[in-house]
Design a protein around this ligand. Structure first.
Ligand code: ATP
Ligand code: MG
Length: 593
């Protein structure tokens, strides 16, 4: 007898398809659910999101999550997404970062509806601030930064009103205009919102909206001696652009009441005069009441992700620049051989939640392996070479063996791999005194040479120091696939390249930059700099088959038995190949303490 409904049965996904049958149907996280509901209820006819990086550094793996959400959700639901450079802090910002941000977003597979800057709205934000002053919602405060801090109170104690809080509208307007005219030195005054110094949320205790800073700006030059603060600029920029869902990380949750306050009090939708500076410049605007929604930051163990620490690694020469393949910047992992699809896969697997956590780096590495397993053609390369001479072949022996480029996917086609009397094999595939269970080459033992037949090792040639310099073997001519002896059982298969045809290559063997799981943990008095993995990069000279040498920069391969490698996007040429190890075939850290 079977019960009508079995509570232990796996739940079936609810039938769900967006109007155009977009893939949004598949993903069920809480943000997509909100978007789905807002479209279904008619709250929004179309959605608009934005990705708002501050151009004060290079984007990292964490940003990839935000990019995949902001652009991905817009795409899935037939909406649009803007790229907005949040350039309100000119002292730390640089056009070099602006360019890199655009490159990285495109590389990840996304494109923006509009490219905007918070600085596009400086005039709008200024007019909006005058409106707040006229409404009695903002005042000019003469307290110094230290005094503001002292007046602010604490988590358990309310703050105190600034003595300047009750200034009249005319005086406030006059002072604010003179701030804008550049009459006062840095830090002399601020414009503050007039909200509630007793609020349990410190963000609402009359937060600063503008500060004085005589700094040249990359877009607006010396036009502005005052700059808007983050919460004010960000919320109103969202409103100006008609953003419907403003997705950000959890640390902004406590800022949401201020975000909502700014949007509501300024009411751009109801104040066309404020956006005149935009329409005068031909910039479209589409004021909205955006909704801020927070999600958890992406954090991985064995990495540091703060821009400040990444900057220090670069400036102190602990890595070779922002695109060092060990860096978690998008430029770095791109050079390491990460693919955009591997990153998107990782973001999908990690999902979205409201719980911050430190994820295991194996999730990132696993996504790359899974992506490249299907996407990377196979090649042979030998990175710690020793010669193997097949003494029963004539000196002149040379043939082209046909290899499939991918074991599971015929569409990758085939290639010719030259084979001759003298091969390079991996030094570690030979043991004179084999440990128990050793399945590869040993004197008197057999091993299969991938695609070429079975070889028996007859002799070892050593140099004066006793180091193995050459192996001599006999190839069983009958043991290739399709031949009579093809099924003869041998324990192991090793890879090789033909010495006469192989191309010498520089191979950079990368590993994790830090040797401890939580390099940010400084509770034992050590900092992330004390935990750099001394073996995070080893450069060796190896040999690759010709069909690897001629790869285009950024082409990924699986070098059989060794791992996934990518032709370095800066240094690789066909004449002088340079390959970076992206990831090993298996997780070599698993089980390590
Ligand atoms: P930092 O504090 O190191 O400067 P940030 O978070 O301020 O970094 P922004 O350039 O302001 O960096 O970030 C742009 C967007 O990317 C923001 O919406 C932010 O929430 C998001 N973001 C940044 N870091 C992560 C992360 N680790 N995981 C998910 N999203 C992130
Ligand atoms: Mg920031």
């Amino acid at each position: 007898m079977s019960a009508p409904s079995d509570p232990t049965a796996a739940p079936t996904a609810p039938p769900d398809a967006s109007a155009d049958g977009a893939p949004a149907a598949g993903k069920q996280d809480f943000i997509r659910q909100i978007v789905r509901d807002d479209l279904a209820s008619g709250k929004h006819a179309a959605i608009r999101t934005r990705f708002p990086p501050e151009p004060n550094g290079y984007l990292h793996i964490g940003h990839a999550k935000a990019i995949c959400l902001d652009f991905g959700i817009a795409r899935e639901f037939g909406g649009t997404c803007n790229l907005r450079l949040d350039d309100t802090n000119p002292a730390k910002e640089d056009p070099e970062y602006v360019q890199a941000i655009q490159d990285d977003v495109r590389w990840l597979g996304f494109d923006w509806h509009d490219l905007r800057h918070a600085s596009d709205y400086f005039e709008v934000l200024y007019l909006a601030a005058e409106k707040l002053i006229r409404q009695g919602d903002a005042f000019v405060c003469d307290l110094s930064a230290d005094e503001v801090r002292a007046y602010r109170g604490t988590l358990t104690e309310p703050g105190r009103n600034s003595p300047y809080r009750e200034r009249g509208v005319d005086e406030n307007l006059d002072l604010f205009r003179r701030m804008r005219a550049g009459e006062f030195p840095d830090g002399a005054r601020t414009l503050r919102a007039k909200i509630d110094m007793a609020s349990g949320n410190i963000n609402l205790r009359d937060p600063a909206l503008y500060r004085i800073k005589h700094v040249e700006h990359q877009n607006t030059g010396n036009d502005w001696p005052i700059y808007p603060m983050y919460d004010y600029a960000h919320s109103l920029s969202d409103a100006v652009e008609g953003i419907t869902h403003s997705l950000c990380t959890l640390e902004f949750e406590d800022h949401r009441p201020l975000y909502d306050w700014c949007v509501a009090r300024v009411d751009l939708a109801g104040s066309p005069e404020l956006v005149k500076p935009l329409t005068d410049r031909g910039l479209p605007f589409e004021a909205s009441r955006p909704r801020q929604i927070e999600f958890s930051r992406l954090n991985f163990n064995y990495l540091v992700m703060s821009k400040r620490k990444l900057m220090a690694l670069v400036q102190d020469g602990l890595v070779d620049g922002w695109d060092d393949p060990r860096m978690p910047t998008l430029q770095g992992i791109r050079r390491r051989g990460y693919t955009p699809s591997a990153l998107r896969l990782m973001v999908d697997r990690v999902g979205i939640s409201k719980q911050n956590s430190l994820l295991d780096i194996s999730i990132l590495e696993g996504a790359l392996r899974d992506d490249l397993d299907g996407a990377a053609p196979r090649r042979m390369a030998v990175i710690d070479p020793v010669k193997l001479v097949l003494t029963n072949l004539p000196e002149s022996h040379e043939e082209q063996l046909v290899f499939a480029n991918h074991p599971k996917d015929e569409s990758f086609g085939e290639r010719r791999v030259p084979f001759s009397r003298t091969l390079w094999i991996e030094r570690e595939d030979f043991e004179e005194v084999p440990p128990k269970g050793f399945k590869r080459l040993t004197v008197g033992g057999d091993v299969r040479l991938r695609g070429a037949g079975i070889v028996r090792c007859d002799a070892v040639v050593k140099d004066a120091d006793g180091r193995v310099v050459e192996l001599h073997g006999t190839l069983d001519p009958d043991s290739r696939a399709g031949m009579e002896g093809a099924n003869r059982k041998v324990k192991g298969t090793i890879h090789w390249v033909s010495a006469a045809h192989a191309v010498e290559a520089e191979v950079r063997l990368y590993d994790r930059l830090f040797s401890v799981a939580d390099p940010d943990d400084d509770s034992d008095g050590k900092t992330y700099r004390d935990h750099l993995n001394p073996d995070s990069r080893r450069t060796v000279n190896g040999y690759v088959e010709p069909a690897a040498a001629t790869a285009a920069p950024e082409q990924s391969f699986q070098f059989e038995r060794l791992g996934y490698f990518v032709a370095d996007r800066r240094d690789h040429t066909a004449a002088r190949p340079v390959f970076n190890r992206s990831v090993t075939l298996r997780d070599t850290w698993a089980g390590k303490a």
